[in-house]
Design a binder for this molecule. Sequence first.
Ligand code: ADP
Ligand code: MG
Length: 210
Amino acid sequence: MTFQDLNLSTQLLNALDDLGFDTPTPIQEQAFSPVMSGKDVVGIAQTGTGKTYAYMLPILRMLKYSVQQNPRVLVLVPTRELVVQVVDEIEKLSTYVTVRIAGVYGGTNINTQKQVVAQGLDIIVATPGRLYDLAVSRALQLKSIQKLVIDEVDVMMDLGFRHQLMNIFDILPRQRQNVMFSATMTEEVENLITEIFVNPQKISIAKSGT
Ligand code: ADP
Ligand code: MG
């Protein structure tokens, strides 16, 4: 199978072509339709298997262009480095799509990030603490969030973000799609899924060689 076989737009196919990618990885192939369908999805595949595009391809297929001030997609990741990395990956994939992306994380001036958010955006990539601070200070409106992605959930749990995640769930719209990606399925990850997900579709890619 190639990317041509997925229901992608020309804009996304051209961006993938620029990147030199022609074949989806197993998690990208298997997560595409479930994420597109709007259902809650849990994807498990080891590090380096292309999980970022496993959720971003269907999401960018759906967003197409900017329509309003407030973000519609929230991607939560555990560290500042991952915010930078995921924003970079999304920007490469959205070369020919007019969506606005911003990354926010702690340890830097919040006022600068407030100004970025005030300009309007479609996708926000964030660490949990800074996301919460921006939301409670009313610099960031979460009422239009339709899709929540929690990436690297296992790391998120290891770093003790569980409580902060629960605080964020409380201020997000009830009507939304939840998507979660992780390299491993731990008991803590399983518990989080049970608490917030509605009948999720689980996709698990076995480690190669096993
Ligand atoms: P994971 O989140 O599973 O650790 P990433 O999404 O960070 O993996 O992807 C790992 C690397 O593989 C990145 O450099 C990414 O650009 C690249 N990549 C993603 N999808 C493909 C693909 N279909 N073909 C080739 N390389 C890819
Ligand atoms: Mg990843």
